[in-house]
Structure formats: C-alpha cells, structure tokens
Write a protein that binds this ligand. Structure first.
Ligand code: SF4
Ligand code: SF4
Length: 372
C-alpha cells in the first residue's frame, strides 16, 4: 500500500525540517537566513544578499529543478512532499485516533501542530536556542510566532485541501509542464484499457477517499494531488476479487527530455556549489569620505568581509607616496563583516591616486581610491 510509504516519507521530512535548525556547522546554523546581516548560513558557508551572482545562479538552479521534477514526476511534490499535504495527513491520522469524529479530531490536532510549524519557520531566521528565550521577552518574535500560528491554523483547518484544489499557483504551473510521459495517477478500468479482463467494479471507493473530491475515473484532472489514496482504496477492493487494481501510476521516467533536463539541473547545481566554494577568502570595499579632516588628509572607510569559517588576520596598506594613518592589521572572526576607517596623507605632488592593498595570506585585493 502506498500510504505506508507516504507516511514514512512524511516522517522523514518532518524530522529533517524540525531537526535542521538544530544542526550546527562551523559554529553556525546549518541553514538559516540572518536578517540583521542579510546573510544565508548554508552548511558551513555564508552567502550574503549582496552576492548577486550567487542569488542569480541559485535561482536558475531552482527554476530548472522545478521544471525537470514536474516534467518527470508530475505532482509527486504535492502528494508526497508538500508540507500542506504532510501536515493534513498527519492531523487526520492523529485526529482519527483522538476523536471518533476524525474531522474535528484533525482540527484539534492542528492547533499544536500549527504552533510547531510556526516555531520551526522562525528557527530558519532566529536560531532555536535563541528562539526559546526570545519568544518570552521579545515582542517581535512573540508577535511573529502568534500571528503565524493563527494564520497557519486557519489555513490548514479551514482551507485545507481546498487550497490545493483552487488556489495553489504551483498546481496551475504543473499542468503547463506536463507531457504525455509525465508520471501521473490514472484510471485504467475499462475493458479495452485493461487487457480485456475484468472492468471497474463501480464501487466508488476511489471517489470517497479522494481528499480533493474528484472522480479519477473521469480522467486526469488538474485538481488531483497524486496522493495515491485512490490506488490503495481500489487495491483493497480488487484484491478481494482476485484482480489487479484499476488505478495506478503511469509514465516514463527515463527518456530523452528528462535526461537532457536532468543534465541541465546537475550543471546548474554544480555551478551553484562552485560559486560558493570558489569564493575568495575576503571581499572588501574602500570608499573615500566626502568630509575630510584637513586639506592634506583624506579619510577612507572600508568594509572587509571574511568568507571563511575561521579567524583571519588582514593587513591594510597603501602603495604610492602616501602616509597611511590608522590600524594596519585587523582580525576578523569567522564570516565577520568588519567596517572601519583610515586616513591617507599625500607626501608627493602630482602623484597617482593611492592604491589600497588589503591582504590576507597569499590573497590580496588591490583597489585604486581617489584623493583630493
Ligand atoms: S484522484 Fe486519487 S491520487 Fe488524485 S487526489 Fe484523488 S485520491 Fe489522490
Ligand atoms: S475503487 Fe477501483 S473498482 Fe472501485 S470504483 Fe474506483 S476504480 Fe472502480
């Protein structure tokens, strides 16, 4: 029965989503977006929102991944992985166990479940060990937690599968990406479609179990979330009649289109990982301040970003007939963004603009700065 496999996948996903924020790599959350610094902590590395090339490559990767996954596996995401489906399935399972009226039981179970979902969403922005402290003494964290809890609860308890059926934009997109070999759940119960053997028993079990209330016997429909409930229901009925079920998966995974698209996905994934792995150890920006302390002295501000998960020492110097006034060596903690200032005093006439050198280990950044 598919239900057993779907529940296994659902539990694995729940453990992953709830457990990931507790995992730390290089002293930081494995996956978290830090709002104050606009940085994404990504499995031991940090990607800042200012790194447009990475955001572009990552967005393209996700785009081709979605196109490929939908063209090959159809609505596999909706039926097996979508948090909306997983949470509603879990709530119905526990609800049936809690109350005789399964639907009210599910509504009850959704209350604590929505609270956990709300908290886990915040953990991807505020580390969980900080969240448990701040949820009681930070109005922002408490506010987000409560508002999300209410919205998630209302959406799951009262919109539920109707959201998948009428609202979800991904379902509309999926229909456009399907082709005739995409993996879908279909009815094959007519004698001519079922090798002339026994035809559908018309017991209507498949319609009764369908969470989006459609009749798969009428053909593939946009509303179908590929939850496999109708396959299981039909199997239960037909196994007693010693015949095969009339509803099943149909599609071809290995074909030219999926291989070509799959190769594009792998290539984009590789470029995305490479763009993180091959980043320089530091990035730096130096700007001359418009307000100067005296006519012969120029003031400069700098921002140095440590892209490494380790403490580093950075040397700042100048090339040319200029005297450097300020701290020549600074220490940056792992992934720290450091800002500071220094001054330059010209010691020669009609000289070239100063060349600022920012160096760590063998790597150096050379940036020409203006001088008035
Ligand atoms: S038709 Fe079958 S697979 Fe599709 S949503 Fe209904 S029960 Fe699930
Ligand atoms: S559950 Fe199977 S046998 Fe019963 S109506 Fe649906 S397709 Fe036909």
């Amino acid at each position: 029965m598919w239900k057993r496999y779907r529940r296994l996948v659902a539990w694995a996903e729940a453990v992953l989503i709830l457990g990931l924020p507790f995992l730390r790599v290089n002293g930081q959350s494995a996956l978290r977006f830090d709002i104050p610094t606009l940085s994404l902590y990504f499995f031991g590395s940090v990607v800042r929102l200012t790194e447009f090339y990475f955001i572009l490559v990552a967005s393209l990767f996700f785009l081709v991944l979605i196109v490929w996954a939908t063209a090959v596996f159809g609505r596999f995401w909706c039926g097996w992985l979508c948090p909306q489906t997983v949470l509603l399935d879990m709530a119905e399972d526990f609800g049936g166990w809690l109350l005789k009226n399964r639907s009210w039981g599910a509504k009850l179970v959704l209350l604590p479940l929505s609270a956990i979902v709300s908290a886990s969403l915040i953990w991807y922005f505020v580390p969980p060990w900080e969240f448990f402290q701040r949820v009681f003494d930070s109005a922002t964290v408490t506010g987000f937690f409560v508002v999300q809890w209410v919205v998630i609860y209302l959406e799951l308890a009262f919109a539920g599968r109707k959201f998948c059926k009428y609202v979800c934009p991904y379902s509309m997109l999926q229909t456009a990406l399907f082709d005739r070999d995409t993996l879908v759940i279909v009815f094959q119960g007519r004698p001519e479609e079922f090798e002339g053997k026994r035809a559908c028993l018309m017991c209507h079990r498949c319609e009764r179990v369908c969470p989006v209330e459609i009749d798969i016997k009428e053909g593939l429909q946009r509303q179908c979330i590929a939850c496999t409930a109708c396959i299981d229901a039909c199997k239960e009925v037909t196994s007693k009649q010693d015949t095969r079920e009339f509803i099943s998966y149909r599609g071809r995974i290995l074909r030219d289109k999926t291989i070509v698209l799959g190769a594009v996905v792998v290539a984009f994934g590789f470029v995305t990982l490479l763009s993180v792995a091959l980043r320089p150890p530091i990035t730096a920006v130096v700007k001359r301040q418009t307000k100067q302390s005296s006519p012969l002295v120029n003031v400069y501000s700098y921002t140095i970003t440590n892209n490494l998960p380790e403490r580093i020492e950075v040397a700042i110097s100048v090339e040319g007939p200029y005297r450097f006034i300020g701290q020549k060596r600074v220490v940056l903690e792992p992934f720290e963004v450091l800002t500071g200032q220094f001054m330059l005093k010209s010691e020669g006439r009609d000289s070239e603009p100063p060349l600022i050198i920012i160096k760590t280990g063998d790597y150096q950044i050379r940036q020409r700065a203006g001088y008035l």
